[in-house]
Write a protein that binds this ligand. Structure first.
Ligand SMILES: Nc1ncnc2c1ncn2[C@@H]1O[C@H](COP(=O)(O)OP(=O)(O)O)[C@@H](O)[C@H]1O
Ligand SMILES: [Mg+2]
Length: 641
C-alpha cells in the first residue's frame, strides 16, 4: 500500500467513528491529560522521534535533486557516489528509527488499554447491586472492550498522525517553497478539490458504518440471549425458530449491503484522491519543467519537487481528519471515564471496625429504605434509555426494628412484595439503609470492611448463582484456601457428598451455565455447601426452599438445618415448620412490622399471622408435622427461649 492510500484509509477509519454533537470540553481534555501523566516521558520521546523521521523523509528528495544536478552538471563520479551513499544511510536510519518509534507507540497504546481496562473492571466490580440490576451487561462489557480500544486507537492515531504529519507537512512545504514558490502555490490550488469531498463522503460513510454497527450489536444481543441455556429453553417452548432466523437473516443481509456499498464508496473516493495527487504531479512536471526550460529552475529542483509533492498530499489528507481523530479520542475516553466517575453508593469505611468473635447478635434499629432512583446509580447509556428516571422509589422498608440474639432463630413472614428480600439485602449491606442502623455484634455494618462483613454473615437465596466452572471452584469461592477434606465435609453436611462422589469427574465436574446441569435441589445444596465452607456466624435464608419439590426439599432442609446450627439466623420462610420453631416471628406488611411474637402467641392473636397461617402456609404440612423442619440440628424448638 502506498503512503497516500495508507493515510487515506486511516482517515476513513477516523471519520467513521461517532463524533456528532459531542461537547468538546476542556474538562475532558484535562482528564485525558491527567490520565496520560505516567506516559508523558514516553510521549515526548515518541514525538521527538517522529520529528527526526519526518525530517529525514524530506531530506531524501532534496538529495535526489542534488544527485540529478551532479549528473547533468558533469560533476566527478565521487560526488554522485557520496550522495548515493548519503541517501542509503538516510534510508537505513529512517527504517531503524521507524521501528523504534513504532515500539514506543505500540507500548504506549497497549499500556493505555491495559490500564484503562483494569481500572474499569476494578471500578465496576465495586458498584452497588442497584447498578447491576439496571444496566445491560452487554453495554457494560462493550465499554471494557470496544470503547477502551477505541480510546486507545484514537489516542495513538492522534499522536502519531497529527504530530508526525504536522512536522512532515511543514518541512515539505518549506522545502518546496524554497525550490519554487510558483509550483508550490499551483499545487496547493488543487487542495480544495481534495479536501471538500473528503468531508462529505466521510460523513456518508460514517452514517453507514453506524448503521452497520447497530445491526451488529442487535445480532450480538439476539445471539447471546437466545444461545444461553434459559434463553434457548424459552425459544423452544414458546418461540418460533423460523421467525428468529428470519429476523437474524434480515440483519445479516442489511450488514452485507452496507458492506458492499461502503467498500465501493471508499474505493471510488480513494481512486479520485489518487488521481488528484497524480494530476498535481503532472503539474509539477509541466509547470516546473517549463520554468526549468526558461532557466528559472534547475533539473534537480524539478525532480525534488516531484518527489516532495507525493509526500505533501498524504499528511494533508490525514490532517483534514485530525479534528475527527481528536474528537473520537475524546468521545471514547469520555465513555470510559463516565464509568470510572460513577460513585459507589456503598462505601468502604476509612477505618474498619472488626466484628466480635462468636455467634453474633443482629440488631435492626429503626431502619427505613427506598430503592435508589436510576440517576443515582446508573448511566443512561448503559440502560439503553435517553434520560434516566430521577424518581426515587417508594419506601420499601419503613421504620423496622428487631433484635436477633446470638444463636437465635428469627422468622420473617409476610405476603409477597412486603419487603422481606429487601430487608435481607440490607442486612448483608448490598444496599445502605436511608435511616436507622443495622448492627452485627454491636458494630454498625457500615463500619465493617466488606470482607469482614461477608465473612460474618451469609445469605442464601432461592436462586443461588453458580459460575460456569467446576464444582470445586464454585465451592471455594468464599474460602480459597479450604482443604480437600473441608470441602468434602461441607458437601457431606449439605447432603451432596454422595451425589458428587458418583460424578465421573467428582469435584472437577463443570456445572453448566448458571448451574443448568444440576437439578434445582442439587444446585441449592451446592450453594448451601458454599455457605458452610465460608462458616459465617450469622445466616439469612431467603425462601431458600421455595422452588423445590418435596423429594428435593427434604435434603435441602436437612442441609439448611446444618447451616443454621450454632448461628444466628434470620429465615424468610414459607414453611410452617420453620416458623413454629422460631424464637421470634416478625410479620412484615408493606415494609412495616405489623405483628411480632412466637407462633402460639400470634396464632392466639387472630390477626395477620393467623391469616397467613390459614392461607399461605402449606396446608398438608399442618396435617403432617413429621416433615423435616429447618431447625438447627443442635437445638430443638422446645429448648429455646
Ligand atoms: N431492585 C429493585 N428496585 C426497585 N424496587 C424493587 C427492587 N426489588 C424489589 N423492589 C420492590 O420492593 C418491594 C419489596 O420487594 P421484596 O423485598 O422483594 O419483597 P418480598 O421479598 O417480601 O416478596 C416490592 O414492591 C418490589 O417491587
Ligand atoms: Mg422475596
Amino acid at each position: 500500500m502506498s503512503m497516500e492510500s495508507a493515510a487515506w484509509s486511516a482517515m476513513w477509519r477516523a471519520q467513521s467513528r461517532t463524533i456528532d454533537d459531542h461537547p468538546f470540553s476542556k474538562e475532558s481534555l484535562s482528564r485525558i491529560w491527567r490520565f496520560a501523566r505516567p506516559y508523558r516521558a514516553r510521549i515526548a520521546a515518541f514525538v521527538g522521534l517522529s520529528v527526526v523521521v519526518a525530517a529525514l523523509a524530506v531530506a531524501t528528495p532534496l538529495l535526489a535533486g542534488d544527485a540529478i544536478n551532479a549528473i547533468t552538471g558533469d560533476e566527478p563520479a565521487r560526488v554522485v557516489i557520496r550522495l548515493g551513499l548519503l541517501i542509503a544511510a538516510i534510508a537505513v536510519a529512517e527504517a531503524g528509527l521507524g521501528i523504534v518509534a513504532r515500539w514506543f507507540s505500540a507500548r504506549l497504546g497497549e499500556d493505555l488499554i491495559a490500564d484503562l481496562r483494569t481500572a474499569v473492571f476494578d471500578h465496576v466490580q465495586r458498584m452497588p447491586i442497584a447498578f447491576f440490576t439496571r444496566t445491560r451487561t452487554g453495554a457494560l462489557v462493550s465499554r471494557i472492550n470496544n470503547d477502551v480500544i477505541a480510546a486507545q486507537s484514537a489516542f495513538s492515531s492522534t499522536l502519531s498522525g497529527v504530530v508526525g504529519n504536522v512536522v512532515t507537512l511543514t518541512l515539505t512545504l518549506v522545502a518546496m517553497l524554497t525550490l519554487s514558490w510558483q509550483v508550490t502555490v499551483a499545487a496547493l490550488v488543487l487542495l480544495p478539490v481534495f479536501v471538500i469531498p473528503a468531508r462529505r463522503v466521510g460523513r456518508r460513510l460514517a452514517s453507514m458504518r453506524r448503521e452497520a454497527a447497530d445491526h451488529n450489536a442487535a445480532m450480538n444481543d439476539q445471539a447471546t440471549e437466545r444461545f444461553s441455556a434459559p434463553g434457548a429453553t424459552l425459544i423452544k417452548l414458546y418461540g418460533r425458530p423460523d421467525e428468529e432466523s428470519r429476523a437474524f437473516a434480515d440483519r445479516v443481509r442489511r450488514v452485507r449491503d452496507i458492506g458492499v456499498r461502503s467498500a465501493m464508496l471508499q474505493t471510488v473516493f480513494v481512486t479520485a484522491l489518487t488521481l488528484v495527487s497524480a494530476l498535481a504531479l503532472a503539474l509539477v512536471y509541466g509547470l516546473g519543467g517549463t520554468i526549468a526550460l526558461s532557466g528559472g529552475l534547475d533539473t534537480g529542483a524539478v525532480v525534488s519537487l516531484a518527489l516532495l509533492i507525493t509526500r505533501l498530499y498524504a499528511p494533508l489528507t490525514a490532517l483534514a481528519s485530525a479534528r475527527v481523530d481528536i474528537m473520537s479520542a475524546v468521545v471514547a475516553f469520555d465513555r470510559v471515564f463516565e464509568i470510572l466517575g460513577l460513585e459507589p453508593m456503598v462505601r468502604e469505611p476509612a477505618k474498619p471496625v472488626p466484628a466480635p468473635s462468636g455467634p453474633l447478635a443482629i440488631e435492626v434499629d429503626g431502619i427505613s429504605f427506598a430503592y435508589p432512583s436510576a440517576d443515582q446509580v446508573s448511566l443512561a447509556s448503559l440502560e439503553d434509555v435517553a434520560v434516566l428516571d430521577p424518581r426515587g422509589g417508594e419506601t420499601v422498608i419503613d421504620d423496622v426494628s428487631f433484635r436477633a440474639e446470638p444463636g437465635a432463630l428469627v422468622a420473617l413472614v409476610g405476603s409477597s412484595g412486603a419487603g422481606k428480600s429487601t430487608l435481607a439485602q440490607l442486612l448483608v449491606r448490598l444496599y445502605d439503609v436511608d435511616s436507622g442502623a443495622i448492627r452485627l455484634g454491636g458494630v454498625d455494618v457500615r463500619e465493617m470492611s466488606s470482607e469482614e462483613l461477608h465473612t460474618a454473615i451469609g445469605l442464601v437465596t432461592q436462586d443461588g448463582h453458580l459460575f460456569h466452572s467446576t464444582i470445586r471452584e464454585n465451592l471455594v469461592l468464599g474460602a480459597p484456601d479450604a482443604s480437600e477434606e473441608r470441602v468434602w465435609q461441607a458437601l457431606e453436611r449439605a447432603r451432596l457428598a454422595e451425589m458428587v462422589a458418583t460424578l465421573p469427574d467428582g469435584l472437577d465436574t463443570v456445572v453448566g451455565e448458571r448451574g443448568y446441569r444440576l437439578s434445582g435441589g442439587e444446585r441449592q445444596r451446592l450453594t448451601i455447601a458454599r455457605l458452610l465452607l465460608r462458616e459465617p456466624r450469622a445466616v439469612i435464608l431467603d425462601e431458600a426452599t421455595a422452588h423445590l419439590d418435596s423429594a428435593n426439599e427434604a435434603a435441602v432442609t436437612a442441609a439448611l438445618a446444618e447451616a443454621l446450627t450454632e448461628r444466628t439466623a434470620i429465615v424468610i420462610a414459607h414453611r410452617l415448620s420453620t416458623v413454629r420453631a422460631a424464637d421470634l416471628i416478625l410479620v412484615l406488611e408493606e415494609g412495616r412490622v405489623v405483628e411480632r411474637g412466637r407462633h402460639a402467641e400470634l396464632l392466639a392473636l387472630g390477626g395477620r399471622y393467623a391469616d397467613l397461617y390459614r392461607t399461605q402456609f402449606d396446608t398438608d404440612e399442618k396435617s403432617a408435622p413429621a416433615e423435616p423442619a429447618i431447625v438447627p440440628s443442635s437445638a430443638q424448638p422446645g429448648d429455646r427461649g
